[in-house]
Write a protein that binds this ligand. Sequence first.
Ligand code: UDP
Length: 316
Amino acid sequence: MTSKKILIAGAAGFLGSHLTDALLGKGHAVLGVDNLATGNLANLAHLADEPRFTFLNQDITQPFDPGPVDYVFNFASPASPIDYARLGPETLLVGSAGTINMLNIARKYKAGFLHASTSECYGDPEVHPQVETYWGRVNPIGPRSVYDEAKRFSEAAVTAWNRYYDVDTHLVRIFNTYGPRLQANDGRVISNFMMQALAGEPLTIYGNGQQTRSFCYVSDLIEGIIRLAHTDEHTPVNIGNPSEFTMLECAQEVLAITGSKSKIIHHPLPEDDPTRRRPDITKARALLNWEPRVPLREGLERSLAYFQACLAARSK
Ligand code: UDP
């Protein structure tokens, strides 16, 4: 493929920075945009001498003109439950005004567009596993609503810019993803358990630990997203790993790979915490000829050195 100029909003985040690396690796030029609300420049530090990478510190809720681009990836948003609880209004704004600003850039420059949507669009689902045609069960005013409804509004906006303005849009519904550069202190289950296990602290299971999630290793997710970007599919596509774990099983996996003797303790279950989540990836398999390859245990092993380094940095 010829070299393209690609704009990635949220480039300093966990997924944005891995997407940046993957697209640079394919020979493209990347303009990374981030206001660092939850992103971290350390995720891009290794690109300091990369001439095909440029960074712009910019809040995408404010209109800006990056000049001609061939493709826009919109990955800008707080994404962990504690981050979007802290940044509620900002999360609603980035998922509404921010998404529309990015769509207008794609429209102006006739660029492709891919938006990072989420399994949270399904809320606490009655349909299991979750298929793209399921409309979801979301509490519009609960603590997760700032994230869920912003992402659902974004899906409506992305679809409208395709339907009314013929922008070449794509929507990926991302399920729980982990790997190096996941913020060590973002309160998510994998980062919490890894850091707790390595520090010899108790692993905090919320509720009885029978709620489930299905964890995708970051390289599998990025591969699926790049494949989706090359298709003509405008409706949402689930990308995730369908192997489903209870949080108790997840804790056991973390203890096994860290060799930790940490105990398990229980904390109250947060309000509106989805009881189960597992992607039906039939559509992604057929459309993208894609399949996640890294099982949870191997992905945790690949993430171990990163979390060890985070712990060492924290104890300094
Ligand atoms: N969780 C947990 N202990 C923790 C952090 C999270 O048991 O220290 C649970 C949480 O209640 C949820 C699941 O792990 O059921 C996944 O939470 P996370 O915040 O990683 O992401 P979510 O999928 O809820 O957005």
